[in-house]
Design a protein around this ligand. Structure first.
Ligand code: IMP
Ligand code: MG
Length: 337
């Protein structure tokens, strides 16, 4: 692995956290730096450790379980100091977790503006303050991490560190948040998050140029979910979603997620917008219970094999990573080498 970017292909909650955690630790040359782009603490990733513990992170990069890696947040991300410092401490990332001095800082005013009124009601925002903080940044009034005392021990030049690692031949894993169709530019506007979250934007967030990227992994779930308002083609009724086992609840807000069939039209567009070199398909076991816990492709059921082959044929990209359960080891990894 030299420089790999991971982003969501639908509306967030595709299971990126699990895939990133796997990529951060597995294979012959795990990355020495895991760096997070994306929006802010509106994201929620659930990660099951090899120890069986369940971690929920909103700010810390999802690759933090690789204790040999530094975890960093790029200047394009808005940071909630309380949330970040709590996660760094609780999840044992002290001394190897860094934020760029130019990260924007979310304060209680942003959280208040996000949890009451228009953004919450019309867009179904997460109430995390991310959108109002990005609005303040566009107005050039947002305070930055370099001026936030509580973050002083974590501040570092993240683009310098990331590009330096690549120059030294080390692996860098770049993680995005949300999903392609929550992008401010490419999503279902106005029912979107407050910035672009496609692979190009995530690279800009952490300060790497397009020529540095070797692989772009777009993560799809084997069905589609969406929290908050906005269009969802083929949306199932709550009863049907529950009957299929596709009823889920948001990590950040606890709201029920709406559900629909895998959408090949959206998936093809996500592959195009992100220039995917590979895709991941998660929660195969939810669709095809006979696949639960499989770690080798040959253990997939015929139905699941046909589904994965259909995805590869219709998207024109190899499906290299397949999620077969919530556990850290429930992954089929078909990457070469
Ligand atoms: P905001 O990003 O909090 O402003 O919310 C805008 C829209 O994006 C709402 O529909 C949210 O539910 C959705 N959203 C934001 N972040 C995530 C995420 O990480 N996963 C899923 N949906 C998200
Ligand atoms: Mg999530």
């Amino acid at each position: 692995m030299s420089c790999t970017v991971v982003v969501g292909g639908f509306f967030g909650d595709e299971g990126k956290g699990k895939i990133i955690s796997h990529l951060a630790s597995a294979g012959p040359s795990p990355p020495s730096v895991v760096v997070r782009g994306g929006a802010g603490p509106n994201a929620g990733h659930t990660i099951h450790g090899a120890d069986g513990k369940i971690y929920k992170v909103r700010m810390l990069p999802s690759g933090f379980l690789n204790r040999d890696a530094s975890v960093m947040i790029g200047p394009g991300v808005v940071v909630d100091p309380g949330v970040l410092l709590d996660e760094v401490e609780r999840f044992g990332a002290g001394g190897r977790a860094f934020v760029d001095g130019a990260c924007g800082v979310i304060d209680s005013g942003h959280r208040g503006a996000d949890s009451a009124g228009d953004l919450r009601e019309r867009i179904g925002s997460t109430g995390s303050g991310t959108g109002p903080a990005n609005a303040s940044r566009a107005m050039r009034t947002l305070r930055l991490a370099r001026d936030e005392g509580s973050l002083s021990g974590l501040v570092r030049d993240v683009p310098e560190a990331v590009n330096g690692a690549l120059d030294g031949g080390e692996g860098v894993l770049v993680e995005g948040t949300q999903g392609t169709f929550l992008s401010l530019w490419h999503g279902t506007y106005p029912f979107v998050t407050s910035k672009d979250v496609t692979a190009s934007a995530v690279c800009a967030d952490v300060g790497i140029g397009p020529r540095r990227v070797d692989d772009v992994v777009v993560v799809f779930k084997s069905y589609v979910t969406r929290v908050g308002t906005g269009p969802l083609r083929g949306e199932l009724g709550a009863g049907e979603a529950a009957a299929r086992g596709w009823a889920e609840f948001g990590t950040v807000t606890g709201r029920p997620r709406r559900a629909a069939e895998f959408d090949f039209g959206l998936a093809r567009r996500a592959v195009m917008l992100n220039s995917a070199t590979q895709v991941a398909v998660t929660k195969l076991d939810v669709r095809f219970p006979g696949c639960a816990g499989a770690t080798s492709y040959s253990d997939l059921t015929g139905e699941a094999d046909a589904f994965v082959r259909g995805v590869e044929e219709r998207l024109g990209v190899p499906a290299t990573l397949l999620g077969t359960g919530p556990g850290a080891g429930d992954v089929i990894d078909r990457r070469e080498g």
